[in-house]
Design a protein around this ligand. Structure first.
Ligand SMILES: [Fe+2]
Length: 326
């Protein structure tokens, strides 16, 4: 039997191989063994079903949506005023009540055709300009990555503006929303569109993809434009962590969270997944740096979480997923 005091149990939406190097470093430093349960869905439901006996100590996930779901689903407990955790995580990237903490960010950027798009700067607002008619590709408007971006537009401009903007964007689409972020880069390579919205880390994943080397060609066809670099900055989402509600190894869980929050760990983590550390000034990997530098929109993630429902309703209202009007 292993000693409960020497363990910490992690429920993760992140692939185990992405977090293992960090967990190994944690074990080396503290002697605490880490157990990872990887889930690709149903994490909140699982912890709820396990109830008071849930072995979950720390939750690791991506996207403000999933962190909010964990909070709203009642499977987390707050970590309040932990100076070690808060030191390297700016307030905009953590829950004010301490129910979740961001560790890395990913930008939602514009992938632009190297051959057909000469401009090197762009704004989200401009994507609704008729000059891009028939030129833009995007995945499902209801996907959490797009919903978070649309929610940020509501936070900055209000719902009325966002509805008009979303209609303009829809009318600029080359086709109905379809595929994932990477397949939009493929569509640009194929000449189907000139611009697409996609997350930054997929560019790193495509550039280094030895399993499916054709993805390197998709990445080669595009350049990354960081929207709104000249004003409020580029919309970012986070990967993050939370303390599970009934954490049986709470002290070890807090040690792990303190470890992961440190600027140094953020850097290792971010390099591993082609993301950005949330700590201001901490550098990402050389591959990520090769895209150019990001100025993240500092809108608190909590404001994005708040506007998600309205954003989703607007997607339906404007018929975004039906694609451009004929
Ligand atoms: Fe993703």
């Amino acid at each position: 039997m292993t000693l409960a005091a020497g363990e910490v149990n992690i429920y993760s939406y992140r692939q185990p191989e992405l977090i293992q190097p960090l967990l190994d470093a944690f074990t080396k430093e503290t002697g605490i063994t880490t157990n990872v349960l990887f889930l690709d869905k149903g994490l909140v439901e699982r912890i709820r079903a396990e109830g008071a006996n849930s072995p979950a100590d720390v939750i690791l996930t991506v996207d403000i949506q999933r962190l909010t779901e964990a909070k709203d689903g009642g499977v987390v407990q707050p970590v309040v005023d932990n100076a070690t955790i808060n030191k390297d995580i700016p307030a905009a990237f953590r829950d004010p009540a301490g129910d979740w903490f961001g560790l890395t960010t990913r930008g939602r950027v514009v992938y632009a055709s190297k051959d057909r798009v000469s401009q090197d700067a762009i704004t989200y607002e401009e994507l609704a300009d008729p000059k891009w008619k028939g030129k833009i590709c995007i995945r499902d408007g209801q996907h959490s990555y797009n919903i978070a971006l649309f929610a940020s537009m509501i936070a900055h401009h209000g719902a009325e503006y966002t509805e008009k903007w979303m209609t303009g964007l829809k009318n600029n689409l080359a086709r109905k929303p379809d595929g994932n972020d990477r397949s939009q880069a493929k569509s640009i390579m194929a000449g189907e569109c000139d611009l697409a919205l996609g997350n930054t880390y997929y560019v790193g994943l495509m550039m280094t993809n030895d399993k499916e080397p054709e993805q390197k060609d998709w990445a080669e066809a595009i350049k990354v434009l960081f929207p709104n670099a000249g004003d409020r900055g580029t919309h970012v989402n986070i990967s993050g962590m939370a303390l599970a509600k009934n954490a049986p190894n709470k002290d070890n869980a807090l040690k792990l969270m303190e470890f992961l929050a440190s600027g140094e760990a953020q850097k290792i983590y971010a390099e591993q997944v082609f993301e950005y550390p949330v700590m201001p000034g901490a550098e990402p990997s050389d591959i990520v740096k090769s895209f150019g530098s990001i100025k993240p929109d500092t809108l608190p993630l909590i404001d994005i979480a708040k506007n998600r429902k309205q954003a989703s309703e607007l997607v339906d209202k404007v018929g975004f997923n039906e694609g451009p009007a004929m």
